[in-house]
Write a protein that binds this ligand. Structure first.
Ligand SMILES: [Zn+2]
Ligand SMILES: [Zn+2]
Ligand SMILES: [Zn+2]
Length: 356
């Protein structure tokens, strides 16, 4: 994610801001140009805005702005009412239950960041096959009072998130119960989107052969594999071949976990690049392996090794900063050479020119 500034007063803005806290102008994110825009309200219609420095473009906010869960913009003439990210919602939480608005807000923050990454990678949101179209859609649902459980997961393009995962305490409990070192809403979105993009980039595609060499044969019984995983856990040597323990459950989960890490890596490297971050430890020899200058925009780098050579020092530095504050590690993983090979395969598939 880039660092954005207000075009009216140059104050820095977060991606989620809908107002500049310095000059008070409304701001919003334009998904067409992937930029934050400072807005000027139109005198004739308070729902319409112009770009603060270009009167020719007229915008309105996504309809979900009225709930405070979206700051994305649409051209004034758009009739759908929802931005590209919110148009993918099929089910939203029941807002009659007061706590659900906060949960939904947390969910939308994570979802919008996922959609930003997918737009950044120029990945389509639809798989058009001969007879049907599979679209990326979302449903945010709660367990029913009668005890019917909602499973977070992916099915034919539809990503379901159990809204309870938007509660910090509930998510922390699941994290410890499942022995996970990293569990976030953004991580859920990135992981589940991986299943959709497996359907798009691998299923029935030439890449399937190489996928099976790297990740294994996905035709093995999925539910039996998951049952075995939840009974026995990951093999002791999982970190020599996999990016996370859960990746050992089945080749589809290995792909989705690795996909999530690929998105973690690209987005965080873009943030580091946007801030001009250099890792240059003052007291270490010039040949030490933890130097990196993140001076090139990562989405423009085709050589995956160059990304890894920036990512590893960055993780070591930010993990150290977190430890200085008593926080857990920012990236609590060690990436083995086979996991790097899997990430590299995904990077290649995400290069628009190389997509099969
Ligand atoms: Zn401002
Ligand atoms: Zn929206
Ligand atoms: Zn999965």
């Amino acid at each position: 994610m880039r660092v954005y500034t207000c075009t009216n007063c140059s104050n820095t803005l977060y991606f989620e801001n809908s107002k500049c806290l310095h000059c008070d102008h409304p701001v919003g994110f334009d998904p067409a140009t992937l930029t934050m825009i400072t807005l000027k309200p139109q005198a004739a219609d308070p729902a319409l805005f112009t770009h603060s420095s270009d009167d020719s473009k007229i915008y309105k906010y996504c309809s979900n702005a009225e709930h405070g869960v979206c700051n994305w913009l649409l051209p004034a003439e758009d009739t759908s009412g929802f931005c590209v990210a919110c148009a993918m919602n099929r089910v939203i939480p029941d807002l009659d239950n007061g706590i659900n608005l906060l949960r939904w807000k947390n969910i939308e923050v994570a979802k919008h960041r996922l959609i930003y990454s997918l737009l950044r990678l120029k990945l389509p949101f639809e798989i058009v096959a001969e007879e049907k179209t599979e679209s990326l859609l979302f449903q945010f649902m709660a367990d029913t009072p009668s005890g019917e459980k909602v499973m977070t997961g992916h099915d034919n393009g539809i990503i379901t998130i159990n809204v309870a995962e938007a509660d910090e305490a509930e998510r922390a409990k699941n994290k410890y119960d499942l022995g996970e070192r990293y569990r976030t809403l953004l991580g859920h979105f990135r992981h589940e989107s991986g299943h959709f993009y497996w359907d798009m980039l691998i299923r029935d595609k030439p890449a399937l052969k190489k996928y099976r060499q790297l990740f294994g044969d996905e035709r093995q019984d999925y539910s039996a594999a998951l049952t075995t995983y939840y009974e026995n856990g990951a093999p002791a040597d999982w970190n020599q071949r996999f990016i996370s323990p859960y990746a050992t459950a089945h080749p589809w989960e290995d792909w989705a976990e690795t996909w999530a890490h690929y998105l973690h890596m690209m987005d965080t490297l873009e943030t580091a690049w946007s801030f001009g971050i250099r890792i240059d430890p003052v007291e270490l020899d010039k040949t030490s392996g933890i130097r990196a200058s993140i001076l090139k925009e990562p989405y423009g780098i085709t050589d995956f090794n160059k990304l890894v050579n920036r990512w590893l020092p960055l993780c070591f530095a930010v993990n150290s900063l977190n430890r200085s504050m008593g926080h857990p590690d920012f990236y609590p993983f060690v990436i083995s050479p086979p996991a790097i090979e899997k990430l590299q395969f995904i990077h290649k598939l995400c290069q628009p020119g190389l997509r099969a």
